[in-house]
Design a protein around this ligand. Structure first.
Ligand code: ADP
Ligand code: MG
Length: 248
């Protein structure tokens, strides 16, 4: 995959729950190296979209393609995670009684952990990966701190770090800055921006300041479909968006 190549295609996807269309002919795509924000009111279908991409929910129709030709709809959830799609849920779930370093170590891919089990130590490559990740998430100095006593923001970053240890190519992140201080929000924007340079990152978020600070391209979901797509300025001036949200 090169920067700018399409990494995810969601095409004509519909999902019904008891006749109600949570996704209604949803289509969009994401490129490698991109940081995309997905916004939309409660119930717009954001979480359902992530469920479809990660294999938790299978749609009634449409196609979902990873990279050039990997049909995600024919794969189960663990296989989708294995090929490089990572998801971070809203609530951080770190191992409270383990240190920052240990949390990252525990999050390593299975095949990497095997080496550790076999030789009772990490390879230098694995150590470097953990060090680099700690640097990226700003927790290098706290490497020996128990995760349970980290701040809310630090726990979120650690969990992003744990996701990175899985070496995903596409990361789906659900409301990362909810409950964060303004400083933490700023740091999170930095982390996700830097992460998106060698991955693709899709962020669902309500915090408009945050979105403005990071997003090059924003996708607005409404009633299970794309209402508008473009820069934050273009979105705010979009007629359809103004009609739905401002009643103009
Ligand atoms: P968002 O994340 O944008 O708030 P969701 O994707 O969670 O929206 O939900 C979209 C719509 O689908 C909502 O009306 C929600 O109530 C409905 N929905 C989501 N999951 C289910 C489910 N498992 N069963 C029934 N309805 C669901
Ligand atoms: Mg949701």
């Amino acid at each position: 995959l090169k920067i700018g190549d399409r990494i995810l295609l969601v095409d004509g996807v519909s999902v019904s729950f008891d006749g109600f269309k949570a996704l209604n002919n949803l289509s969009f795509s994401i490129n490698y190296g991109e940081l995309r924000c997905i916004i939309g009111a409660n119930g717009a279908g954001k979480s359902t979209m992530m469920d479809v991409v990660t294999g938790k929910t299978k749609p009634d129709e449409g196609q979902v393609v990873f990279g050039e030709a990997v049909d995600l709809l024919s794969m189960d959830e663990p296989s989708i995670a294995q090929i490089g799609i990572g998801r971070k849920f809203q609530k951080p779930t770190v191992f409270a009684n383990h240190t920052v370093f240990e949390n990252l170590e525990l999050a390593m891919k299975d095949d990497k952990r095997f080496f550790k089990t076999l030789f009772s130590r990490l390879s230098s490559e694995q150590k470097d990966k953990i060090e680099d990740t700690m640097k990226l998430i700003g927790l290098k100095e706290l490497y020996n701190q128990q995760a349970g006593i980290l701040s809310h923001g630090q726990k979120q970053w650690l969990e992003i770090g744990m996701l990175i240890m899985q070496e995903p190519k596409l990361l789906l992140v659900d409301e990362p800055v909810a409950g964060m201080t303004p400083q933490e929000v700023e740091k999170t924007a930095e982390i996700l921006t830097s992460l998106s340079k060698e991955n693709a990152v899709v962020v669902v978020e309500h915090d408009m300041e945050f979105i403005r600070s990071i997003a090059k391209k924003v996708t607005v979901l409404h009633e299970g479909a794309v209402l508008a797509e473009g820069s934050m300025d273009a979105i705010q001036n979009n007629e359809k968006v103004r009609k739905v949200y401002l009643g103009e």
